[in-house]
Design a protein around this ligand. Structure first.
Ligand code: K1U
Ligand code: ZN
Length: 181
C-alpha cells in the first residue's frame, strides 16, 4: 500500500478527462487500495484517480464515521438524477475551502466493482453528492467551477499563498483558514 500525492487546484492535470477502464486486474486493485489509503489518511470521504494523477475512471468513497464502509466505482455512470440538494462541499485538491454547491438530490448509477462485475445503486444525501463530486473529477471538473469567477480567483490566490507558506494538506490548511468572501 502507498500514500499517493494529491494534485492541487489550479494544476492543469486536474482538467484531464479520465479514460474508461477496460480491464479490472490486480494492478487496478492495487491502485484502488492505494487510493483508499490516501483518502483515509487525508482524511476525506471520497477520492478520484484524477486527483492522484492517474487518468482512469476510478473513484473510491467512504462516508461512514468509522471509515469502515469502503465503496469502489469503476467506470461510474449516472443513469438518472432528480431533486436538488445544496450542501457545503470540500475537496482534497482545494484544501481548506468549503463552499455551497447544488447537485441532484437522488441519483441512480451503474459501475463496475473491484471484481469487474456490473452493479447499480440508488444514492441520496451525502453519498449522492460525493459520487457526483468524484465523477466531476473524472471529467476534469472541480466544485469551484460552480462558483463565480471572482470567488474562484480568490480561492486560487488563497491556495497560492498557502503553497508559499508551505501549507500543503487539508489539516494544515484548516488550521490557517481564512474565509474566502
Ligand atoms: O474529492 C475530494 O476531494 C474529496 C472530498 C469529497 C467531498 C466532500 C464533501 C462534499 C462532496 C465531496 C472530501 O472528502 S473533502 C473532506 C471532507 O469532506 C471530510 C473530511 C473528513 C471527515 C469528513 C469530511
Ligand atoms: Zn474533490
Amino acid at each position: 500500500m502507498a500514500i499517493l500525492d494529491i494534485l492541487h487546484f489550479p494544476d492543469p492535470r486536474l482538467r484531464q478527462r479520465a479514460a474508461e477502464v477496460d480491464q479490472v486486474d490486480d494492478q487496478l486493485r492495487q491502485l484502488v487500495d492505494d487510493m483508499f489509503e490516501t483518502m483515509y489518511q487525508a482524511p476525506g470521504i471520497g477520492l478520484a484517480a484524477t486527483q492522484v494523477d492517474v487518468h482512469k475512471r476510478v473513484i473510491v468513497v467512504d462516508i461512514s464515521k468509522d471509515q469502515d464502509e469502503p465503496r469502489v466505482f469503476i467506470n461510474p455512470e449516472i443513469l438518472a438524477g432528480d431533486g436538488v440538494e445544496e450542501m457545503d462541499e470540500g475537496c482534497l485538491s482545494v484544501p481548506g475551502v468549503y463552499e455551497r454547491v447544488q447537485r441532484a438530490e437522488h441519483i441512480r448509477l451503474r459501475a463496475l466493482n473491484s471484481a469487474g462485475e456490473v452493479f447499480e445503486l440508488e444514492a441520496d444525501g451525502l453519498l449522492a453528492v460525493c459520487v457526483q463530486h468524484e465523477i466531476d473529477h473524472l471529467d476534469g471538473k472541480l466544485f469551484v467551477d460552480y462558483l463565480s469567477q471572482l470567488k474562484r480567483q480568490r480561492i486560487r490566490k488563497k491556495l497560492e499563498k498557502q503553497r508559499r507558506l508551505g501549507i500543503d494538506d487539508t489539516a494544515a490548511a484548516e488550521k490557517h483558514a481564512e474565509p474566502v468572501i
